[in-house]
Design a protein around this ligand. Structure first.
Ligand code: GLC
Length: 438
């Protein structure tokens, strides 16, 4: 099985959805997300392709993106090489529908990989399995032309499309150095109510996976190829899981992908950015359940990150600077967290994240006798505690002593940070809970 150590150590990554859909910069309907605008507006591929004539990202500065993301505490970055619209950000030899044939005039993937790698990031490629531009991609219930009777019956050769798909993946995995993650999106052969859905037979997924692993042996591949049991990690999209996902009772490697504002691609009129403290609670909750968070940005048509994004990244970074060690390399703890709290754990360090500030005391079940020292993580100030068997004044009253707990005496005032964290130094180092590949 492929080594996932760097991935579970990193915990926080940057997702970038960037393509021609940054020009319309709207959803086109009330329910979907903006990078689906072509589908929502049922735009013919030839009409949609006109956006390429005005794609001129003169403000594209991937070194600046990399700096922002690094300061936010992200350590890997996944870029959309091609989304469902079929537009390619790199200089592919297999289609003309690519960045080099726009006013951009350059290979935007190369600039991205160069800049992010130079800053120390691991690199991932998101690659759409769907392709609404390719003439051999059969029209189906998700295609922009699904209502067009003649398009529906056009002879289209999925095998020819699969050749193209494999050819492009080969280009991406041979032309850009070491690639750490291949993030395919997505299969829908079995989606109820969708006619013509596609999956592993259409993509020739087993072969595709073998190609990917053959070209980049250390690469991690996600779980959207419709090949159960083949993934290095599973993906949870825009959802906080109830608990650590498991397979046959063992924890699995997983990643949550989340938007900043409900859209993946840039959407000019979407101001619904999640507050930074909410994003941080999402990060903590994810890591507490043993997962990674891949946080999305949708750069605009000129290649810039908007203010809502920059503000969120900087607030995440401000918190990460003080609390990095409760996230990086940390994961699920076997100890049960008290109400409104999440634990993460790394070896003998247990991190108590307080989602709401308690009334001075917080009781930690099961930790009596196990804590050596406790401190606020933001400033290293001691947090006094006692085993609850010795609660002052009531040592023997069974109604008041909660045997087995530790009681922390927190400062009156909540530290001025998005999510306060208490760092607990345990006396014993518990055995590791190593996640298995899903
Ligand atoms: C969905 C959407 C897509 C987005 C992806 C991110 O599969 O189709 O637009 O890129 O989720 O996970």
């Amino acid at each position: 099985m492929t080594d996932t150590t760097w991935f579970t150590e990193a915990r926080l990554g940057l997702f970038v959805h960037w393509g021609l859909y940054a020009l319309p910069a709207r959803r086109g309907d009330n329910t979907g997300t903006s990078e689906w605008v072509q589908r929502h507006e049922h735009t013919h591929p030839d009409v949609y392709a006109r956006y390429a004539r005005w794609f001129d990202p003169d403000r594209y500065d991937p070194a600046a993106w990399a700096e922002e993301a690094w300061q936010a505490g992200m350590r890997y970055a996944v870029l959309t090489t091609k989304h469902h619209d079929g537009f390619c950000l790199w200089d592919t030899a297999l289609t003309d529908f690519k960045a080099t044939n726009t006013p951009a005039g350059r290979d935007l993937v190369r600039q991205f990989t160069d800049a992010f790698r130079a800053r120390g990031f691991r690199i991932g490629f998101y690659h759409s399995l769907l392709d609404w531009h390719h003439p051999d991609f059969p029209v189906d219930g998700k295609h922009p032309l699904d209502a067009d009777a003649s398009a529906r019956t056009e002879p289209r050769d999925i095998a020819a499309y699969a050749e193209y798909l494999h050819g492009q993946v080969c280009e991406l995995l041979t032309g850009y150095g070491r690639i750490d993650v291949m993030w395919f999106d997505f299969s829908y052969a079995h989606e109820p109510g969708v006619w013509g859905g596609k999956g592993s037979d259409d993509w020739r997924s087993s072969e595709l996976l073998a190609l990917v692993k053959g070209l980049q042996p250390g690469i991690l591949v996600n779980d959207r190829l419709d090949l159960p049991g083949s993934a290095d990690f599973v993906t949870a999209e825009q959802v906080q899981l109830a608990g650590p996902p498991e397979r046959d009772g063992d924890p699995v490697v997983w990643e949550a992908c989340q938007t900043l504002n409900g859209d993946w691609g840039y959407n000019r009129d979407n101001r619904s950015f999640k507050p930074a403290d909410q994003l941080l609670r999402m990060l903590v909750d994810t890591v507490a359940k043993g997962g990674n968070l891949l946080l999305n940005t949708g750069p605009d048509a000129r290649g810039a990150l908007d203010r809502g994004t920059l503000e969120r990244l900087s607030a995440v970074g401000e918190w990460m600077e003080l609390h990095e060690r409760s996230i990086r390399g940390a994961g699920h703890s076997m100890y049960p967290a008290p109400p409104d709290c999440r634990y993460t754990q790394r070896g003998d360090r247990l991190y108590l994240h307080l989602f709401s500030w308690p009334l001075r005391h917080v009781h930690l079940p099961g930790l009596a006798g196990k804590v050596d020292h406790a401190q606020m993580l933001n400033d290293g100030s001691e947090v006094r505690f006692q085993d609850s068997t010795t609660v002052a004044g009531h040592p023997d009253d069974p109604a008041l002593s909660d045997k087995g707990s530790v009681t922390l005496h927190l400062p009156e005032h909540r530290p001025d940070t998005a999510v306060p964290v208490v760092e607990l130094f345990l006396r014993d180092r518990p055995g590791p809970t190593t996640p298995v590949a899903p």
